[in-house]
Ligand binder design. Structure first.
Ligand SMILES: C[S@@+](CC[C@H](N)C(=O)[O-])C[C@H]1O[C@@H](n2cnc3c(N)ncnc32)[C@H](O)[C@@H]1O
Length: 213
């Protein structure tokens, strides 16, 4: 059962998604600039729960020689930095709507030709070339209603090369609903899911591959 603050949070973002995707993107950008008025608003760099989640996520990745990796909704680049360390030969891209968050991400993980940060809305961003590993963690619940989650699933799957891997990490059991839109997307199939139910906040790591053909 979601807490009252969580219910209010989700209702706010669902209401925002009644706007057109462009108008929603503009308000999301303003909201997250405001949210990032203080450094690391979710304590991603210091909270042991977040560190555990990052460590666990990396542990469950299918072992492959990933060359191009993207993290959407990368905030201040805490997990992007972990990816850069775990895959020292890969090109890593972090995407976020907030310029403030990305300024701090660049201070944390300097851009060097291999790592880069891009300000964009994942509902409209279409980078080329594509990626063999795509991450989306703790971000889908900001996108609101069904049609936006369907659009987000299409956008995320559109980032992948054939035979790419997509990893979604969200609170459990809400992940059932959020990741259900990825399950329903015709070009993705589930490779596996791990659910961690320990307090303070259960979460699920769901891994998808692209369907052949
Ligand atoms: C809670 S943080 C998650 C950070 C990171 N993924 C993690 O798990 O450590 C959510 C981030 O998603 C970003 N975000 C929200 N909606 C977005 C969108 N439509 N496009 C790109 N970034 C978005 C926010 O600016 C925020 O920095």
């Amino acid at each position: 059962m979601p807490s009252l603050p969580e219910l209010m949070h989700r209702t706010f973002f669902r209401t925002l998604s009644l706007l057109s995707p462009g108008a929603q993107g503009t308000i999301l950008r303003r909201y997250f600039e405001w949210r990032h008025r203080i450094p690391d608003p979710w304590k991603l760099a210091t909270d042991s729960y977040e560190q555990h989640k990052y460590h666990t996520t990396l542990k469950h990745l299918p072992p492959r020689p990933y060359r191009r990796i993207i993290e959407v909704g990368c905030a201040e680049g805490v997990f992007t930095g972990a990816l850069a360390r775990a895959y020292p030969d890969a090109e890593i891209t972090g995407v976020d709507v907030s310029a403030r968050a990305l300024e701090r991400a660049r201070a944390r993980v300097p851009e060097n030709g291999r790592v880069r940060f891009v300000q964009a809305d994942i509902l409209t961003h279409r980078p080329e070339p594509r990626f063999d590993l795509v991450f989306c963690s703790e971000t889908l619940y900001y996108l609101g209603r069904h049609d936006r989650l369907r659009l987000a699933s299409a956008q995320l799957s559109g980032l992948l090369v054939p035979d790419g891997v997509l990893v979604a990490v969200h609170p459990w059991p809400e992940a059932t609903r959020l990741h259900g839109y990825l399950d329903a997307h015709g070009s993705l199939h589930r490779l596996g899911e791990q659910v961690y139910t320990a307090p303070p906040r259960p979460f699920a790591i769901t891994i998808y591959g692209t369907k052949p053909g």
